[in-house]
Design a protein around this ligand. Structure first.
Ligand SMILES: [Zn+2]
Ligand SMILES: [Zn+2]
Length: 272
């Protein structure tokens, strides 16, 4: 098994870190990684969320896309033979707006090697709302809107299923991003029913198998105080492996020192 970090960000991420990619890559080489996917947040539709300040820090602009691809391609060349750098994007599942996703992906179809498809937004109070912004924002704009965690969780996994179906149409290797992100603020919100999560993950498994979409075993949840665990449970990783669904570790690094974070968890789960 190649040591591979399949989900990472760069200075092009406005909620990330200004460090150059080199610092991330040096950390990856030092930790013995053989492959490293750079998966930046591509542009979002204008006014997707009714919060100008939040919108400004979510993703890069259309005008920055060529510079991003040039930037990663340059490092890909520079690291040839030392580290296999894959050029990717972390797409947002945009409900009923595949046209926009296509507008992002299409010009880069020949270049894109990795497509992580993530659900970060759900319909909520006053329009789409971020599920991973802040606990208070979640409470006011999602929990109060749906009336219970159970309903939010069900809505979330309905979107995850649609995201998997949509990811199939993207170029390159495809993975569903941090499938358990809905638990990011679990310790600051009313409890989530673990049986419900299990049920929804089990329901998603045949869909992953049928579509060939893999799983981003995203460990970022371990860094979040209100979550304290990776976004993909160990039992699910084992079931995916048994079903032939590809599982790829993802640090979701937004800073160089986060590269490799939680690798042990992944490795142990994969060993079974
Ligand atoms: Zn990010
Ligand atoms: Zn994400």
């Amino acid at each position: 098994m190649i040591k591979w970090d399949g989900h990472s960000h760069t200075k092009f991420c406005k909620h990330g870190h200004p460090d150059e990619l080199e610092r991330y890559l040096e950390q990856a080489v030092e930790l013995g990684f053989g492959r490293y996917s750079v998966t930046e947040h591509p542009p979002l539709p204008e006014r997707l969320i009714d919060d100008e300040r939040l919108m400004a820090e979510l993703a890069m602009d259309f005008a920055e896309m060529p510079a991003y691809f040039d930037y990663v391609r340059e490092y890909k060349k520079r690291y040839e033979g030392r580290l296999d750098i894959a050029i990717g994007l972390e797409f947002d599942y945009l409900h009923e707006n595949y046209a926009f996703t296509e507008r992002i992906a299409e010009p880069w179809a020949d270049v894109l090697e990795d497509a992580v498809m993530s659900v970060h937004y759900l319909p909520g109070r006053g329009g789409l709302r971020c599920i991973d912004y802040k606990p208070d924002d979640f409470r006011v704009n999602l929990l109060d809107y749906y009336g219970s965690m159970e309903k939010v969780v069900d809505e979330y996994f309905d979107h995850v299923e649609q995201a998997i179906e949509t990811a199939v149409r993207l170029p390159g290797r495809k993975r569903i991003g941090h499938i358990g992100l809905i638990e990011k603020f679990r310790q600051a919100l009313p409890p989530v029913d673990e049986a419900q999560i299990r049920h929804r993950l089990e329901k998603a498994l045949p869909l992953l198998k049928r579509t060939g979409v893999g799983v981003d075993v995203n460990t970022a949840g371990l860094r979040v105080a209100t979550c304290g665990k990776p976004y993909v449970p160990e039992w699910f990783i084992r079931e995916c492996v048994a079903a032939g669904v590809e599982c790829v570790y993802g640090s979701d690094s937004h800073k160089p020192e986060q590269v490799g974070f939680g690798w042990d968890y992944f490795e142990q789960a994969m060993r079974g």
